[in-house]
Design a protein around this ligand. Structure first.
Ligand code: SIN
Length: 513
């Protein structure tokens, strides 16, 4: 049952219609944020001008909620709140911050069901994947609740008898955290977990399509005892988003920007941040190669591909995009893969039992996927499975398998971000590496081989920030997640994730004679 307060449902934000449960399909017990409100400076408040915008379920287009359409006026309030809160938060002890992060982790684990339902409602991903995302997201809070105790500095042997030298690592200040729709919880926790551990305060700007997970996160932070102003959420529509992003980059009170999303937007944020010489960390688009060498175990490679290609309907930055299969193994790989796709990919509403492939996020995404498939077929690719919008309508797309793809076709030149497996045949290792490295992107890459020397050679030669060798899923809180080339700057997760939120200070203590 849904909790009631004064005769009204507490989760009023999500309840604009009494039939909202068609979208959420489960009672939500623990989240309480008032109607048309976002969380700024420790309070649930509306946009100053009262504007709101709808959030819809991609599975059926149904409106789930209305949330504030904040403008730069509201952002100013968040920036000032975060800037003031930093004065105290930066002086908390590592142990105090650890305790709060651990509490946030515990609250995630106690509310996995509700949080996962919010994700499936606003992203469309199958419920089981949403549960995995909450476990993944929470793991960053747990990880950084532990790493916070190890933000060490250095004592440096001094060349002078009368001087002592120290390097200390201090929080940078207010962090502007701009997050994507594909992992609306985990991309917040991966950034905010590190920022809070470092002693930074945060302004979260969630993607327009998925602000509800961000609001649920704020509710958890509030319950965990995060002080007012330390975490703020500025929700906004597509219309207001560019001005919010620009202001975050240009404000002298914001010390760092962390963004996950498209390369195009990342470049814009980088440019806008130049005016204040801000620290910037970017997790941008990928175009992951997946190379299957002749020596590979085909079953293992197919299973790795299924995981890395179809996670979140192909909508992750580390999803396989370009599949390169060596000539001798090509036909058996294609045959095993098409069997796996037919047996394992069940398209439907993420809330329905057994569904493994949900809808795409919006019509724009469908048009892009459709354009890639059309371009490949028109230029000579062979369509093995799927190839068109799904008969369910809306934003569903058929799982698609293409062979005889060449490097000039769109599914190889650009990130497709959809359920399309595009395969190209190659003959030599040099050729595969040359094709893999021909992209401007360099986030993740995968390859399957049973030859030790080849494994070492290819792992070193491939121009990406992360390599899966005989493995299709590489994400975890312990991993240094990040890309090279146009896929980004900086690392998230792991012990290196904290570096994005601290700066080094050199202290020279003189007069020691
Ligand atoms: C992303 O798609 O941006 C993140 C994927 C992951 O963390 O595995």
């Amino acid at each position: 049952m849904v909790m009631l307060q004064n005769g009204k449902t507490i989760l009023r934000c999500i309840i604009q219609k009494k039939d909202f449960l068609c979208g959420i399909k489960r009672p939500l017990h623990h989240f309480r944020f008032p109607k048309d409100s976002t969380y700024i400076n420790g309070k649930w408040i509306s946009a100053k001008d009262g504007s709101i915008f709808p959030v819809s379920n991609p599975a059926d287009g149904e409106t789930l909620a209305f949330v504030p359409d904040c403008s730069t006026v509201d952002l100013d309030e968040a920036i000032n709140g975060a800037h003031d809160a930093f004065k105290e938060w930066k002086n908390t002890t590592a142990k105090e911050r650890s305790y709060i992060l651990r509490k946030m982790f515990n609250l995630h684990m106690e509310n996995v069901g509700d949080l996962a339902h919010i994700i499936t409602a606003e992203v469309g991903k199958p419920l089981q994947e949403s549960v995995s995302e909450i476990n993944y997201g929470a793991s960053f809070l747990e990880w950084f609740s532990e790493e916070v105790r190890r933000i060490y500095g250095d004592i440096v042997p001094s060349p002078f008898k009368n001087k002592q030298m120290f390097f200390i690592r201090q929080p940078v200040g207010v962090a502007g955290i701009i997050t994507p729709w594909n992992f609306p919880n985990a991309m917040i926790t991966r950034k905010v977990g590190a920022a809070l551990a470092a002693g930074c305060t945060c302004i979260i700007k969630p993607a327009e399509d998925t602000p509800l997970s961000a609001l649920a996160f704020a509710d958890i932070a509030d319950k965990a005892g995060v002080p007012p102003g330390v975490i703020n959420v500025v929700t906004s529509s597509r219309k207001n988003t560019p001005s919010i992003g620009k202001k975050l980059c240009e404000s002298h009170k914001v010390a760092t920007i962390s963004f996950t999303g498209s390369t195009e937007v990342g470049k814009m944020l980088l440019m806008n941040s130049a005016s204040t010489v801000k620290k910037v960390s970017l997790e941008l688009g990928g175009n992951a190669p997946f190379i299957v060498f002749n020596s590979a175990n085909v079953k293992q490679a197919v299973s790795g591909l299924m995981a890395s290609k179809f996670r979140n309907s192909g909508q992750t930055c580390v999803c396989t995009n370009r599949i390169l299969v060596q000539d001798k193994i090509h036909d058996s790989f294609v045959s095993e893969l098409s069997k796996a796709m037919k047996n394992q990919l069940i398209v439907g509403n993420g809330f329905d039992t057994g569904v493994t492939l949900g809808p795409l996020i919006n019509q724009h995404a469908v048009e892009k996927v459709e354009g890639h498939v059309k371009n490949a077929i028109e230029n000579g690719a062979n369509l093995v499975i799927g190839g068109k919008r799904h008969s369910r309508g809306g934003t569903y797309f058929e799982p698609t398998l293409l062979t005889q793809v060449t490097k000039d076709m769109l599914p190889f030149c650009e990130e497709t971000f959809g359920p399309v497996a595009a395969i190209m045949k190659f003959s030599t290792e040099e050729e595969a590496i040359e094709i893999a490295n021909s992209s401007k992107s360099g986030l993740a890459g995968y390859f399957y081989s049973e030859e030790v020397a080849q494994i070492v050679r290819v792992a070193k030669a491939i121009e990406v920030g992360m390599v899966g060798v005989n493995e299709g899923i590489i994400s975890t809180s312990e991993a240094a997640f990040g890309g090279i080339k146009e896929s980004g700057i900086g690392r998230e997760g792991s012990r290196y994730g904290i570096d994005e939120y601290v700066e080094m200070k050199y202290i020279c203590l003189g007069g020691l004679n």
